[in-house]
Ligand binder design. Structure first.
Ligand code: V0V
Length: 157
C-alpha cells in the first residue's frame, strides 16, 4: 500500500430486511386455514382477495404482532390460468415463493436490475395489505420464485 494509506473499503449494503413470508399454493383456502390453525396452531392474521394476482390469500402467523410473528401466506387460485392455478396444475400444492421484505422497493429493484437480475414487472404492483411488490424470476434466483415486498409505511419495521 502506497505511503501506508488505507484503501477505502466498500462494505456490502443490505438489500433485504428479513424473510417476510413463505408462500404456499393451496387448492382450497378455507380448508388450508382450517388445517394450519387447528392442526399446526397458527393464527389467522389477515385475509384478502387480490384480483390482479388472481389469488385469494390468507396470512397466518405465530403471533398477532410483527416482528415477533413468523408468517406463512396461503395462496389459492381465483382462476386456472393465474400464477397459482398454473403452479398447482404443474406441481400440486406446496411452497410457491419466498418473500424478502425491503425498505425501498424501487431502490432494490434498480440495484438488482443493474446486477442483471430479471424482475417480472416493470413497475411494482399491489400486494397483501397494500404492500408494494415485485418478483425476481426463479431462473435468476436459484430456482426459487422470490417476491420482494415493501410494506405500507405504518406496518414497516
Ligand atoms: C415457475 N417456475 C418456478 C415457479 N414457477 N420455479 C420455482 N418456483 C415457482 N413458483 C419455473 C418453471 O418450473 C419453469 O422452469 C420456469 O420457471 C418457467 O415456468 P412456466 O411454467 O413456463 O411459467 P409460468 O407461466 O408458470 O410463470 C412462472 C412465473 C409466474 C414465475 C413467471 O408464476 C409469475 O408471474 N409469478 C409471479 C406472480 C405470482 O406468483 N402471483 C401469485 C402470488 P423450467 O421447467 O423451464 O425449468 S400473489 C402474492 O404473493 C401476493 C398478492 C402477495 O404476496 O402480496
Amino acid at each position: 500500500m502506497e505511503n501506508g494509506a488505507h484503501t477505502p473499503v466498500t462494505l456490502p449494503q443490505d438489500l433485504f430486511i428479513c424473510i417476510d413470508h413463505v408462500g404456499l399454493a393451496v387448492p382450497d383456502l378455507d380448508e388450508a386455514i382450517r388445517f394450519h390453525t387447528e392442526v399446526f396452531g397458527w393464527r389467522l392474521l389477515h385475509r384478502e382477495t387480490n384480483e390482479e394476482q388472481g389469488v385469494e390469500e390468507a396470512m397466518i402467523g405465530t403471533g398477532s404482532q410483527l416482528p415477533e410473528s413468523a408468517q406463512i401466506q396461503l395462496l389459492a387460485p381465483l382462476r386456472e390460468d393465474s400464477a397459482i392455478g398454473k403452479f398447482l396444475t404443474k406441481n400440486g400444492p406446496g411452497m410457491q415463493q419466498l418473500c424478502y421484505r425491503v425498505a425501498d422497493l424501487e431502490h432494490v429493484s434498480a440495484v438488482l436490475r443493474e446486477r442483471g437480475v430479471r424482475l417480472l414487472y416493470p413497475e411494482s404492483k399491489t400486494g397483501t395489505g397494500g404492500a408494494r411488490i415485485n418478483f425476481v424470476h426463479p431462473k435468476d434466483a436459484g430456482g426459487v420464485l422470490l417476491e420482494l415486498t415493501e410494506p405500507p409505511a405504518a406496518a414497516a419495521h
